[in-house]
Design a protein around this ligand. Structure first.
Ligand SMILES: Cc1ncc(COP(=O)(O)O)c(C=O)c1O
Length: 388
């Protein structure tokens, strides 16, 4: 197979678009007196809250931290159950386990690839305390159905919005339905800070506790203790975590967030190009975006069914790599992993939709950084890889 791109020109999957304003801000931050948690984090929190239309947001060092703290602040205790999806990153269930609770999986809807509300309802027992839906790839979960279940059974809802910064459902932004909304700014995400996360919450007292737990359990605004107002005493009021974001990260985030809508439009154009280009190929395409929702266009996924495509998913991955195009897998279903099999007794075929999709799914590059030539190369390579 003759590569479409040379080795030097390999198209890296998920490469972020970093522009001059954030580079200058990082340099300014480095040259300032303060690189740790400080005024740039405070600005990023308030800009993010404004973007989401909420009063407050808490910046952390990852979405994993945001999920972990949300489960704790939701008052989920050891022995309690949190229901989530099998088609997600391991962080979604690890956060539940770190809080001492038990994750229970509800299979996905094979069309949307999101958790199926009917499956959630089937899994509810007296031990269930919370639902943790994941807006997979940036497609909104069925939030009316999920919130109705939560109300009926008095459950907390923690939205995993790692893929869903721009997602909307019936004109309302993802992360504002549940008690908590958790966001990621990891290097491949739609807004990047290298590593980073943000959490929003409905209740002011939950926000206050998230802030305290995210910085060692130290009393309010402990980061100000070395500021120009002189040393401030703090009190440790809980056994918290070292989950705070640094100003260096927020320096990237504030400028990235200013371009979030422009980048969303660019990815939307790439998405539409892919949809058109692959319509005639023997591959499964993402289902159309549901009416009255907004897709964040975080992941563009294809399904490679060997019976239809003529190659296995893993052969397709290899072909794409050899052609010079970086690809990803989001995700092998969680019950495929040995840790969860051993600890929780999960079996992949208990979640047949997630198992099948997880074995067929491939993510193609979908970054605002893609040039016209990059997109043409991806399109060309997919056609070659399925005919190889
Ligand atoms: C669905 C989902 N949840 C949670 C996370 C964790 O995010 P972070 O890397 O910011 O901790 C990710 C990251 O890839 C993710 O994709």
């Amino acid at each position: 197979m003759i590569p479409v791109r040379t080795k030097q020109d390999f198209l890296v999957f998920g490469s972020p678009l970093i522009d001059e304003p954030e580079i200058a801000e990082v340099v300014a931050c480095l040259k300032s007196a303060w690189i740790g948690t400080g005024p740039r984090v405070a600005l990023f929190e308030s800009d993010f809250a404004t973007y989401k239309g909420v009063a407050q947001a808490v910046a952390l060092n990852s979405c994993t931290a945001a999920l972990h703290l949300s489960v704790l602040v939701a008052n989920v205790k050891p022995g309690d159950v949190v229901i989530t999806t099998p088609l997600t990153f391991c962080a979604s269930v690890n956060a539940i386990l770190h809080a001492g609770a038990t994750p229970v999986l509800a299979d996905i809807d094979p069309t949307t690839l999101n958790i199926d509300p009917k499956e959630i309802e089937r899994r509810i027992t007296p031990r269930t305390r919370a639902i943790l839906p994941v807006h997979f790839a940036g497609r909104s979960c069925d939030m009316d159905a999920i919130m109705a279940i939560a109300r009926r059974h008095d459950l907390k809802v923690i939205e995993d919005c790692a893929h869903a910064i721009e997602t909307e459902y019936k004109s309302r932004k993802a992360g504002t339905f549940g008690d908590f909304g958790c966001f990621s700014f990891y290097s491949t995400k739609n807004v990047v800070t290298g590593e980073g996360g943000m959490v929003i919450a409905k209740r002011d007292d939950d926000i206050a506790r998230l802030k305290v737990l995210g910085l060692h359990g130290m009393s309010k605004d402990a980061w100000k203790r070395f500021g120009d107002e002189g040393f401030k005493h703090y009190q440790v009021v809980e056994c918290g975590f070292k989950y705070n974001m640094m100003d260096l990260q927020a320096a990237l985030g504030v400028h990235q967030l200013r371009r979030v809508e422009g980048n969303w439009h660019k990815r939307g154009q790439v998405w539409n190009r892919y949809m058109e280009a692959f319509a005639s190929l023997p591959v499964g395409l993402p289902s159309p975006v549901e009416p009255a929702t907004r897709h964040a266009y975080h992941l563009y996924t294809l399904l490679i069914d060997e019976a239809r495509t003529g190659v296995t998913r893993d052969e397709f991955l290899d072909h794409m790599t050899r052609l010079g195009i970086g690809v990803g897998v989001h995700y092998l279903s969680l019950p495929e992993h040995p840790y969860y099999q051993q600890k929780l007794g999960w079996k992949p075929d208990d979640y047949p939709h997630a198992m099948r999709i997880g074995r067929q799914i491939v993510s193609l590059p979908l970054s605002a950084k893609l040039t016209e030539v990059d997109v043409c190369d991806v399109v060309k390579s997919v056609a070659l890889a399925v005919n190889a």
